[in-house]
Design a protein around this ligand. Structure first.
Ligand SMILES: Cc1ncc(COP(=O)(O)O)c(C=O)c1O
Length: 479
């Protein structure tokens, strides 16, 4: 192994990357390899000795190729998967090149300072209280865990109980109320924190918003107990958002902590058009979890945890080892999150924020919402097609009717859409029904992509109807 290998491997990697990106529009929007094929090309016994690095890189590129899902394709609408801005991708390559560990300031002053800058910018575009503390974590699930760790510590500390030194056994019982559509990431975090027993799922309306009367009744019943409430800013199915300002006021009147899961929906706060309509008062919550790798379109990983009370944040993360040189005048990334060694995941976030600026960020958010409405409009009124949600954000829930009944037919249409490789959408379950869910969150998706995908989806629907009628007729003839 020689340092000169960088000279050949990095240009080769750049060539491979460009070839992949240039070919993206022509790829089927799904993986086409079986696991066995992937294993055959990439597996086998670990070699006894070294192999030529250039050949290894080539083998990786060829071996994974058909097992990759082209999520950057303009017609990929699966799960909640953002694309990647070119500048963020380039910054991510450099992040790997610089290979900074960012435990404390003196191991990477650049990381510590860029984290401070991005924290200020995020607080600014989300309109959060100036003193809000920010941690850059792997993903929103980690952000939920961190925020709820702080919430747990804080509500118990207010009752004279220090969870860091006294643990959970014998602690005052914390009451936990969550939006009835709360994402599994929040539930998992609560469970990991020992708060999984007795989570109360609040009744929601058909846009996934907590019903005020249900909240009032639940809060009345809590009394003086320590309280954590988890609201939702962007339901994965409907895109629905709680009435967050009111929610914050009610939870605070009851002495509780309000955590908001805004994995993607938080970014509505960065749009001057959407903010007053959808997230008015969002700044009155106590903690917020979001992702840059979703709507800011940075590469993975880019979770962000934000906490209004920075003293509470620090108090919940007892620290650590004497060997760490932590001068008080500097930011030390390790103080704000659970990880000790980690990559400088903030550089791509800085590049995205710096290059887009306020209006560029708002344009992406507004553009995706426009695309979502356009998709819904293309499908609305077509025979056997129903849009189930009010498309206020970037999610569209569709249900199809056909020979096998709505559930079965919707599943078959989604499978046909996925199999054709002309677009990709997830099959989901919502209120006990099978639905097809479209997520519009990629900066690169154009109106033409939306139109092409809608045409393809309708063609799948008709093809499945025709096949189903044929089957029904055949079955009738056979009887
Ligand atoms: C509402 C919501 N919360 C939390 C998450 C979890 O985010 P991550 O996968 O980045 O951990 C998601 C993922 O889609 C989500 O939609």
């Amino acid at each position: 192994m020689t340092k000169l290998e960088f000279e050949t491997l990095l240009p080769a990697a750049a060539d491979h990357a460009l070839a992949y990106l240039r070919g993206l529009p022509d790829r089927p929007v799904r993986a086409t390899a079986t696991d066995a094929e992937l294993r055959q090309f990439l597996g086998g016994r670990l070699p006894d000795g070294p192999s030529d690095p250039e050949q290894v890189l080539q083998q990786l590129v060829t071996g994974v190729d058909r097992g990759l899902v082209p999520t950057g394709h303009g017609e990929y609408f699966g799960y909640v998967v953002g694309g990647t801005l070119p500048v963020a991708m380039a910054a991510d390559w450099l992040t790997a090149t610089w290979d900074q560990n960012c435990i404390v300031h003196d191991i990477s002053p650049a990381t510590a300072v860029v984290e401070e800058i991005c924290a200020e910018w995020l607080i600014d575009i989300f309109g959060l209280p100036r003193a809000t503390s920010v941690a850059f974590v792997p993903a929103c699930t980690h952000a939920e865990l961190l925020c709820l760790t702080v919430a747990r510590h804080h509500v118990l500390a207010a009752r004279g109980w220090d969870v860091a030194t006294q643990g959970m056994q014998g602690a005052p019982e914390i009451r936990v109320l969550v939006n009835g559509a709360t994402h599994a990431a929040v539930i998992r975090s609560l469970q990991v924190l020992g708060l999984g027993g007795g989570i109360h799922h609040l009744e929601i309306d058909d846009q996934s918003r907590i019903v005020p009367a249900a909240l009032r009744a639940a809060l009345d019943e809590v009394g003086d107990a320590p309280l954590i409430v988890c609201g939702l800013v962007g339901d994965i199915n409907t895109g629905g958002i709680d009435v967050v300002g009111d929610l914050a006021d009610r939870v605070h009147d009851a002495g509780g902590w309000l955590h908001l899961d805004g994995a993607f929906g938080m970014w509505a706060a960065a749009s001057p058009t959407l903010r007053p309509q959808l997230v008015d008062g969002i700044e009155r919550a106590d903690s917020w979890a979001t992702d840059a790798h979703k709507w800011l379109n940075t590469p993975y990983d880019g979770g962000v945890a934000m906490i209004a009370d920075r003293d509470a944040h620090l108090a919940a993360l007892p620290l650590l080892a004497e060997y760490l040189n932590m001068q008080p005048e500097h930011r030390h990334p390790v103080e704000w999150g659970m990880e000790v060694s980690r990559r400088s995941r903030v550089f791509p976030i800085w590049a995205a924020l710096r290059s887009l600026g306020r209006s560029g960020i708002a344009d992406i958010i507004d553009g995706c919402c426009r695309n979502a409405r356009r998709f819904a409009d293309r499908l609305t009124g077509q025979p056997g097609v129903e849009i189930l949600n009010e498309v206020t954000l970037n999610q569209v829930l569709v249900r199809f009717d056909g020979p096998g009944g709505r559930d079965e037919h919707t599943r078959l249409v989604a499978e046909e859409f996925q199999a054709r490789g002309e677009g990709w959408a997830a099959i989901s379950r919502w209120n006990g029904r099978i639905v097809l869910r479209l997520c519009l969150i990629n900066w690169a998706t154009t109106a033409a992509d939306v139109d092409a995908a809608a045409t393809s989806l309708l063609a799948c629907h008709r093809a499945v109807v025709t096949a189903g009628n044929g089957t029904a007729a055949d079955a009738g003839a056979a009887r």
